[in-house]
Design a protein around this ligand. Structure first.
Ligand SMILES: [Zn+2]
Length: 274
């Protein structure tokens, strides 16, 4: 298993699919309302090095990869702790391709409004992965570390986490994300001024950074029926997951028998029947 793949079509609907052995593509949206089953055969392989393992770390990695790969470093989830400038990055090539490139700071509506950051070129994909129903970019910066520094400060006044149960229940708060983005501009000004004051060499370019707010992007998920109560399937406890597929949102398959976090079980060998 790998995380769910998806595309946003021209009507704003997410189309989900699975890749089988990197070749075959199984469209999932047409399976809504139908019985599906996923059966874990007991074998787990690291998503990076393919080593056979008993348990995964960080959604699919073996322990050695967790400890050595740049994508498993703490600074990926806490980018404000980026240590590239100290010369201790685990992988300079990874940093050049994933971290020291344009990043967006955004507001999205998942279980409620939240602030987040991601690589600008894949922001839509990030918003879909987190199950956002709307998202708006606040600004872009030159590298992940800068985005992280700004996010940490904004998160003093805005949530930065998603309550995934609430997100999956489809509870939508009536929030004007564009208005919230406009209201956040003063705070953003203050945060940027603070960073420039601390380190003008590194941050003074942010003074001229463009901050044109576009309209929020609306994202519709293929969901027939949102669950009222959330129970989770877990391949570590039960090898067979089956039921009627009633929806897909974020990285979750929503079955009438419970939800399955596909990303959590990356690396698990399963057969898929429909
Ligand atoms: Zn590995």
């Amino acid at each position: 298993m790998r995380k769910l793949r998806h595309e946003l079509n021209s009507t704003g609907q997410v189309e989900y699919f699975l890749r089988v052995d990197d070749i075959e593509r199984i469209e999932l949206n047409p399976l809504l309302g139908k019985k599906i089953s996923l059966s874990f055969n007991g074998e787990i392989n690291c998503v990076a090095c393919n080593r056979k393992i008993k348990k995964t770390f960080n959604n699919g990695y073996c322990f050695p990869c967790l400890q050595t790969l740049a994508e498993c470093d703490l600074c990926i989830v806490k980018p404000e702790l980026c240590h590239y400038d100290a010369g201790t990055c685990r992988d300079n090539k990874f940093a050049a391709e994933h971290c020291n490139i344009e990043h967006s700071i955004y507001l999205s509506l998942t279980s409620g409004p939240k602030v987040g950051i991601t690589r600008t070129h894949q922001e839509r994909s990030r918003w879909i992965d987190q199950g956002a129903s709307q998202a708006i970019r606040l600004m872009t910066v030159a590298r992940r570390k800068h985005a992280g520094m700004i996010e940490v400060k904004l998160a003093e006044n805005l949530p930065d986490k998603t309550d995934w149960r609430k997100m999956l229940r489809g509870v939508t708060e009536d929030i004007d994300l564009r208005l919230l983005a406009e209201q956040s501009q003063n705070e953003l000004d203050k945060v940027i001024a603070g960073l420039i004051n601390e380190n003008p060499n590194e941050y003074s370019y942010l003074e001229d950074a463009k901050r044109d707010l576009a309209s929020p992007l609306s994202i519709n998920y293929p969901v027939l029926e949102y669950p009222v109560k959330i129970s989770s399937h877990n391949f570590d406890k039960q090898a067979l997951v089956e039921g009627t597929l009633v929806g897909i949102k974020g990285q979750y398959l929503i079955l009438d028998t419970g939800v399955l976090n596909m990303r959590k079980f990356a690396g698990y060998s399963t057969s898929f029947d429909y």
